[in-house]
Design a protein around this ligand. Sequence first.
Ligand SMILES: NC(=O)C1=CN([C@@H]2O[C@H](COP(=O)(O)OP(=O)(O)OC[C@H]3O[C@@H](n4cnc5c(N)ncnc54)[C@H](OP(=O)(O)O)[C@@H]3O)[C@@H](O)[C@H]2O)C=CC1
Ligand SMILES: Nc1c(N[C@@H]2O[C@H](COP(=O)(O)O)[C@@H](O)[C@H]2O)[nH]c(=O)[nH]c1=O
Ligand SMILES: [Zn+2]
Length: 368
Amino acid sequence: MATSSITNIKSVILCKDTQISMFKEHYPYIYRCLELAKNGVFEALPNPSVGAVIVYNNLIIGEGSTSKYGGPHAEVNAINSVKNKNLLLKSTLYVSLEPCSHFGKTPPCADLIIKMNIPKVVIGITDPFSKVCGQGIAKLKQAGIEVLVGILEEECQESNKRFLTLHQKQRPYIILKWAQTQDGFIAPHSGENHKIFWISNSYSQQLVHKWRSEEVSFLVGKGTVESDNPSLTTRSWFGKNPLRIFIDRTASLDQHYTLKNGDAKTLCFTENPNTTNNKHLTYIQIDFSKNIIPQICKTLFEMQIASVVIEGGLKTLQSFIDSGYWDEARIFTSQNSINQGIKSPLLNIYSKVISQKIDSDLLTIKYR
Ligand SMILES: NC(=O)C1=CN([C@@H]2O[C@H](COP(=O)(O)OP(=O)(O)OC[C@H]3O[C@@H](n4cnc5c(N)ncnc54)[C@H](OP(=O)(O)O)[C@@H]3O)[C@@H](O)[C@H]2O)C=CC1
Ligand SMILES: Nc1c(N[C@@H]2O[C@H](COP(=O)(O)O)[C@@H](O)[C@H]2O)[nH]c(=O)[nH]c1=O
Ligand SMILES: [Zn+2]
């Protein structure tokens, strides 16, 4: 069994060990690229996080991963890390995503690879970004470089799922998240308790704060704001607060709710045109006579928000599910039962399930 990278949280990942050693054995360099890519996965957003490895005579002579948003790409960092640049002439560059071919915040990596006379490039997956989209590969091939594409494709896609979803589906990567009791409830009936009812344990709660430091935004419905008065900030982990988002059709929630306190940038989706933005809170008008979920996702895409976690409640979660707008559901199940209350969302169609114990809770991750 492999211990999770979450050091402060009691957790154990069940399975996967044999799969990982198989990847390492057959595709060690692209596997290493994926390890390197993990370094910048959240800091590079909305750009992809990529890993690059340069191999000479079966030896790794250079490595690099994507810098913070706007900084040098993995290929540049890997090439710069090679001491004896003459070795590049007989080396292979491995990279988890197609090298870029356009001038963005930095010049094209494909041009640098050509300039350094690297004779062979092995690529995990192609880049769906419209300004690259196969053109990086074409440039390399035109320069006479041997190019191999499509190694550990599923793993490369997983490593950049937020970036890929943004470009392929024109919406953020959507993570549904809720905590449920053993007997399938997410809260007691409303009205019984006007403060938050904790179901998951403190380790799970800490893990959610870690996710808040990583993912771009967190969204709740008005019912959750009224019943729980959530903060949606990162308090039990290090790092940034996410962008906070809530739905309030009439924009009638009053100022005492914590989401309006200016602790983090916050968006409210409403139909009410008579709203006043302030430094921290921006109202965005949408049409509530139509399905609001595609409208919310379109707005977030236009803002280049690469990921959103839907933290509840039932109506909001079920709306995303029923509209088919979700990628992953992270469900904490406690060992307690409450016999009655608000039933968990219904999620019938999913392709893959991973489970992990978080002390007494079971965290189940379902992929669409
Ligand atoms: N255990 C857990 O993980 C969690 C539990 N909860 C619990 O869930 C309960 C709240 O759930 P619920 O009452 O369903 O409230 P929600 O938080 O889902 O909010 C519902 C409201 O959000 C707006 N809204 C959401 N989706 C849509 C849509 N598709 N179209 C139009 N408007 C929409 C509406 O606002 P409007 O009224 O302005 O029209 C609606 O009344 C609470 O008891 C809370 O404690 C909440 C989060 C997590
Ligand atoms: N009850 C419940 C959750 N509830 C979610 O957490 C929000 C509270 O966030 P904050 O105010 O920042 O601590 C709350 O409004 C709801 O969205 N989450 C969980 O992981 N486990 C739980 O048992
Ligand atoms: Zn590049």
